[in-house]
Design a protein. Structure first.
Length: 222
C-alpha cells in the first residue's frame, strides 16, 4: 500500500485529500506545518509527499530542501502560488510536480499515480545496494550474511545509501534521525557510525565505503 504524506495548513483540504486517498487504498498521514512534515517524513517514511508551500512555520521550499537532504521521496507541490517563478523555484529545489489551487481532485490523483509509477521503477533499481561483501535490500530492510541493524542504524545507513557518493552533512543526519534539537550532538553520529562499520566494513578502523569527512559529515562510497 502506497504511503502518502499530505502537508497543508487548511483543515478542509487535509480532510478532503485524506478521504479521497483512503477511498483509493492509499495509506495516509497528514501534517499542518513544515516542522511536523519533516518529523513525520523521518519517522514514517512515506512513498510520496503532497506539499503546500504556504505553511505557517516553515516555507514549503525549505521543507523540500530539508527532505532532499536525505531522501528521494517524490514530492508533488499543491499550492495557491500560481506564478512561474514559484513553480521554477519549487522544481529546482527538488519537487517532482506542481499543481495549483484550486485543483481538480481527479487531476491530482492522476498526477499521484503517474509519479508513483515512475518512482516504483526507480526504487526497484535502488532496492539492492552492494556494500563491500554485503548486499543491502533497502525495501525489505535486510542485509546478506545475517547482519542485523537497530532502527536508528538503519535510518542512518539508508540516508547514506540512497545518496551514493554525496556528502551528507552532520547537521542533516542529526536533524533527520534525531530531530532539530540535536544538531550539536555529533557524538551520536560517531557512536552509531562506529557500530555500523563494525557490522559492515571488513576493517572498521579503516573504512572504504562508509567514510567520514572530518568536521563536515559522512559519505557512502560504492
Amino acid at each position: 500500500m502506497t504511503r502518502v504524506l499530505v502537508v497543508d495548513d487548511e483543515p478542509q483540504i487535509l480532510r478532503a485529500l485524506r478521504i479521497n486517498l483512503l477511498a483509493r487504498h492509499f495509506e495516509v498521514a497528514v501534517a499542518d506545518g513544515g516542522g511536523a512534515a519533516l518529523r513525520e517524513a523521518a519517522e514514517w517514511h512515506p512513498d510520496l509527499v503532497v506539499l503546500d508551500l504556504g505553511l505557517p512555520d516553515i516555507d514549503g521550499i525549505d521543507v523540500i530542501h530539508g527532505l532532499r537532504g536525505w531522501t528521494t521521496v517524490p514530492i508533488i507541490v499543491l499550492s495557491g502560488r500560481a506564478g512561474n517563478q514559484d513553480k521554477v523555484e519549487a522544481l529546482d529545489a527538488g519537487a517532482d510536480d506542481y499543481v495549483t489551487k484550486p485543483f481538480n481532485i481527479d487531476e491530482l490523483l492522476a498526477r499521484i499515480r503517474a509519479v508513483t509509477r515512475r518512482t516504483t521503477a526507480h526504487e526497484a533499481e535502488l532496492a539492492h545496494v552492494q556494500l563491500g561483501t554485503h548486499v543491502v535490500d533497502l525495501a525489505a530492510k535486510t542485509i546478506s550474511g545475517g547482519v542485523r541493524l537497530t532502527p536508528t542504524e538503519w535510518h542512518l545507513l539508508e540516508i547514506l545509501l540512497r545518496n551514493p557518493g554525496k556528502l551528507i552533512s552532520q547537521r542533516q543526519l542529526l536533524t533527520e534521525v534525531w530531530g532539530a534539537a540535536y544538531t550539536r550532538e555529533t557524538h551520536y553520529l560517531r557512536q552509531y557510525m562506529a557500530q555500523i562499520r563494525r557490522k559492515l566494513e571488513p576493517d572498521p578502523g579503516r573504512p572504504v565505503h562508509l567514510l567520514t569527512e572530518p568536521g563536515m559529515g559522512y559519505r557512502f562510497q560504492p
